[in-house]
Design a protein around this ligand. Structure first.
Ligand SMILES: Cc1ncc(COP(=O)(O)O)c(C=O)c1O
Length: 432
C-alpha cells in the first residue's frame, strides 16, 4: 500500500501529526525533508546537499554511511539484531563493555548499558542514591549541579539541568528539588582563580550530609550554555567531593569520544569521576545507545547492600545491533589520528569564526576541539537562521543565543570554510 504519492504529501502529514524536538504542533518550525545521507552530507528531497555542521547532535562523528559501521551493522543484523538482556549474555555487549572499561578513566570497571543519554543519567542518579541507601544513609536524596548544565529530558535529568534557562521551566513545580551552584565562571584558557569555587564549596559545606552526588558536564557545558570552563575547576571539585564524602558524576554524553580534543573531556583535568555517562557518539550516530560506568567502591557497596540488585532494566538494554555499531565506531576512532583531526577542526573554526567577535551583535566566540560557538547578544530566530544556512548549503541549528557547530571529524578544510563563511554572512547581516 502506497501511503504517500509525493514528498509533499508525507511532508504535509508530518507537519500536522508529528511532534519534532521542542516544537509546537500548532505553529511548527519548518522541517527540511532529508532523503539520503553520505559522508558529511545530508541530501534534501530536491537533490541539494547540505554540509552537516551538527553531526546529528554530536553523534555522527565519522560522518554518515561509513562503510566500517554499515558493514558491522549489516553483519549483526543478519545474525542477531536484538535479544533481551535479562538472563542472556552476548559477545557484542561483552566486547563493548571491555572497550569502554579500557578507554574510560582507569577506576571505572563496571558498565550499565542504557538506551539513550537521558536514561544513562537516570541510571547514574539511581546508582548514586542506591550507593547511599545501601549504607543506611537514606537522607542523601539530593544532587548538586552547577547552573548552565543540561542532562536530558526525563524528569530526573531535567531536575539537575539548569533550572532557569527555559527548556524545562514549566515543570519546575513538579520536578524533584535539587541544589544548584553558580555556573563555572572561569573560561578554559583564562587564568584560574579559586573564588570560582566559592558557590559550590558553600553548597557542599551546608548540605553535604544530604547530597548523594555532584553531577555535571566536564569542561564543556553543552546545550545549556556552550560554556568551556577551566580544567582546574574539576580538580578542585574532586577534592571538595572527597572532603565532603559526596560522589562525583561526569556526564560525558556530549563531550565523549574526542569531541573536545581529548578522548573524554575529564582528561583535560586528569580527574576520575565515581560514575560517568556516555552516549551520542558511542555508536557513531548509527543507533541509540548509552552507558553508565562506575568504580569498585560504588559497585561493591550496591552489591553488598540489603538489596544487592540494581533495579533498572530497559527492554532494549544491550541491544546487539547498537553494540556492534558502537564496537565498530570505537575501533574506527581509536585506530585513526582523531586528535590531529580535532586540532585541525579547532584551528580552522577559530580562524573562520574569531573575526566575528568584533561584531556588535556578537557576545563571544569560542572554540575547543571540534566545537565552534558564536554566542549572539540576542536570541536567534531559528527558522530564519536555518533557512539562511540551508540556502548557503550548510546544516546548522541554533539554540537560544547560540550558533554552534560540531562537525563530523571527516570534514574537509573547504567544508569548514563553507560553515564559517555561512555563519559570518549570517552574523554580518544581523543588526543589534
Ligand atoms: C550532556 C548531555 N546529557 C544528556 C543528554 C540527553 O541525551 P539523549 O538526548 O540521548 O537522551 C544530552 C543531550 O543532548 C546531553 O547533551
Amino acid at each position: 500500500m502506497v501511503l504517500f504519492n509525493s514528498p509533499e504529501q508525507w511532508q504535509a502529514f508530518d507537519k500536522t501529526h508529528i511532534w519534532h524536538p521542542y516544537t509546537s504542533l500548532r505553529d511548527p518550525l519548518p522541517t527540511y525533508p532529508i532523503v539520503r545521507t553520505e559522508g558529511v552530507y545530508l541530501e534534501l528531497a530536491n537533490g541539494n546537499r547540505l554540509v552537516d555542521a551538527m553531526s546529528s547532535w554530536w553523534s555522527a562523528i565519522h560522518g554518515y554511511n561509513h562503510p566500517a559501521l554499515v558493514d558491522a551493522a549489516a553483519k549483526q543484523l543478519n545474525t542477531m539484531p536484538h535479544v533481551m538482556f535479562g538472563g542472556i549474555a552476548h559477545e557484542p555487549a561483552a566486547e563493548l563493555c571491555a572497550r569502554l572499561i579500557d578507554i574510560t578513566p582507569a577506576s571505572l570497571d563496571y558498565v550499565f548499558l542504557a538506551d539513550s543519554g537521558s536514561i544513562a543519567v537516570e541510571v547514574a542518579m539511581k546508582m548514586a542514591l542506591q550507593y547511599w541507601f545501601s549504607q543506611g544513609e537514606t537522607q542523601r536524596r539530593f544532587f548538586l549541579s552547577p547552573r548552565g548544565g543540561y542532562h536530558g529530558d526525563t524528569l530526573d535529568a531535567m531536575s539537575v539541568s539548569d533550572p532557569e534557562n527555559g527548556l524545562h521551566h514549566m515543570f519546575a513545580s513538579v520536578l524533584p528539588k535539587q541544589l544548584f551552584a553558580d555556573k563555572p565562571s572561569i573560561a578554559f584558557d583564562e587564568p584560574w582563580q579559586d573564588e570560582a569555587l566559592n558557590s559550590i564549596k558553600q553548597q557542599l559545606a551546608t548540605h553535604s550530609d544530604q547530597i548523594a552526588a555532584v553531577i555535571l558536564e566536564p569542561i564543556v557545558q553543552g546545550v545549556g550554555a556552550m560554556n568551556f570552563y577551566h580544567p582546574t575547576y574539576l580538580q578542585k571539585l574532586r577534592h571538595l567531593c572527597d572532603e565532603n564524602s559526596v560522589l562525583l558524576i561526569f556526564d560525558e554524553i556530549a563531550t565523549g569520544f574526542g569531541r573536545t580534543g581529548k578522548l573524554f573531556a575529564a582528561e583535560h583535568s586528569n580527574v576520575e569521576p565515581d560514575i560517568m555517562c556516555v552516549g551520542k557518539a558511542l555508536t557513531g550516530g548509527m543507533m541509540t545507545l548509552a552507558a553508565t560506568l562506575t568504580n569498585h567502591q560504588v559497585a561493591d557497596t550496591i552489591s553488598n547492600g540489603p538489596i544487592p540488585n540494581f533495579m533498572h532494566g530497559p527492554t532494549f538494554m544491550g541491544n546487539p545491533l547498537a553494540c556492534a555499531c558502537a564496537n565498530a565506531s570505537i575501533e574506527l576512532l581509536i585506530n585513526q589520528d582523531w586528535q590531529s583531526e580535532a586540532n585541525r577542526i579547532e584551528n580552522k573554526l577559530r580562524l573562520g569564526l574569531s573575526p566575528l567577535s568584533d561584531h556588535d551583535a556578537v557576545k563571544a566566540v569560542r572554540t575547543l576541539g571540534a566545537i565552534g560557538v558564536v554566542e549572539m547578544r540576542h536570541s536567534v530566530d531559528v527558522a530564519k537562521a536555518q533557512a539562511f544556512f540551508v540556502d548557503k548549503g550548510v546544516w546548522i541549528r541554533p539554540f537560544g543565543t547560540l550558533i554552534y557547530v560540531m562537525p563530523p571529524y571527516i570534514i574537509s578544510d573547504d567544508q569548514l570554510n563553507q560553515i564559517s563563511d555561512a555563519i559570518s554572512r549570517y552574523v554580518l547581516q544581523t543588526t543589534c
